[in-house]
Unconditional design. Structure first.
Lengths: 254, 254
């Protein structure tokens, strides 16, 4: 039986790798990677560095092109646009797994952060299995997420004593405002800067970009006081590097 | 200047340790541990195993007794009971740091899971620094949390496409029911089995105990159909081992 590992490699610091991830990487015959174009070549470089450093044995790397995705879909069509893109990725993954792995072969995907947090790989592999053309087991290996890297760098505890918190997306924050029932919200995938549109005057923000890398930037303070600075940092770094990965915690003051 | 590392060591699997955690452990002169009595000796044993395996150089381990905590405080007094216990722990930490670390010494706390998730150590160290009797820097090192171990073992993605989720406590779930505004909730610290009291008939549960250890137990399915089985598993394992650490995801079916 084929096995496919989905291995979380952390938020950007090569030292985020777990011993479990290193061991899993060394059981993989074929690493599957999706080429996202020039923009994210820093990230592709880090993946290659991790392989060079931690996988001394023989292995192959197979590349495929990422299908185009409608990133401008309106809020109502977002899930639909993602589903469509996941269908096309499923076809690509199916071809790679069926074509490149022997009957007892082991494949691997190295994913940023944790496979369980805003990553599509596990879901796409479920779709491939449901298509029924190729059979394989899936093993998920947790990794340090950008949320955890953010908390560590700001020395934060994400929850307050006896309280819950929300993890959500920038799009949802823009559509619905600060989430109900909690005073703490972690926000990911906020390309549009939804935090800047919040009217709340009792929020602190703890923001970080390129967490765990030499480019790391951190800003924290009263949301209304620092939001312009965060927007400016985002624009400057995105212009310089061509991409940005950032996340933040919004915390209601008591 | 003194430095105190708060190092997440993962959810129970020694392979959860990150390379960063191993490096941090090797910079520590004195490891501080809090003795929680016989009950959790498995956990103390794993801590000792990690030190033996990964810290070949000279280091000391200093133990202190955990102050008593009022675990029967009513919901309204929970935060107060925790604050009182944290004050007493702060006094103990202050004595250990001031008494055992030289002026440039490095101390370390090894904490389960991630220091940012339902762990009191960072908060207590903030309280020690606020007392002003001993100065030190704090470095937080993220670790694989039980939430991530749970997701990996069930091969779950915690969020659904474009959606947020809540991380909360069993006590809050018991008091307030399923959280508003989301269809997915991760629950920790549920000693009383709050899931069993939920009236919702459209929830699936993904439960795990002793995640990442040889004693790991997993149950999943329709909440109403499997809740009795989870309660029975919890009771049996708690009776056998003297303690249990478990967590679960509640997911509303569409």
């Amino acid at each position: 039986m084929r096995t496919v590992y989905v291995i979380g490699i952390g938020a950007g610091d090569p030292e985020h790798l777990t011993l479990q991830a290193v061991a899993a990487m060394n059981r993989v015959d074929v690493f599957f990677t999706i080429d996202k174009g020039e923009q994210k070549s820093d990230l592709a470089g880090l993946r290659a560095e991790l392989l060079a450093r931690h996988v001394p044995g023989p292995h192959r790397v197979v590349r495929a092109r990422d299908p185009e995705r409608d990133r401008d879909a309106s809020s109502g069509r977002y899930a639909e646009a993602v589903a469509d893109w996941q269908d096309r990725r499923a076809a690509i993954y199916e071809r790679m797994i069926a074509g490149e792995l022997g009957a007892d072969g082991t494949g691997g995907f190295l994913v940023w952060g944790d496979p369980a947090l805003y990553d599509g790989t596990l879901r796409i592999l479920d779709a491939v299995r449901a298509r029924g053309a190729v059979a394989f087991d899936v093993v998920s290996v947790p990794g340090i997420s950008s949320v955890q890297a953010l908390a560590a760098r700001h020395r934060l505890v994400l929850n307050r004593v006896g309280r819950g918190f929300v993890v959500t997306t920038g799009r949802r924050l823009a559509d619905e405002g600060f989430p109900p029932g909690v005073d703490d919200a972690v926000v990911l995938l906020d390309a549009a800067g939804a935090f800047a549109g919040l009217p709340d005057t009792d929020l602190d923000v703890y923001w970080g970009a390129y967490l765990g890398t030499p480019d790391e930037v951190l800003v924290s303070g009263d949301l209304q006081a620092v939001k312009a600075r965060i927007l400016a940092e985002r624009a400057a770094h995105r212009a310089r590097k061509g991409w940005i990965m950032d996340t933040y915690l919004l915390r209601r003051r008591r």
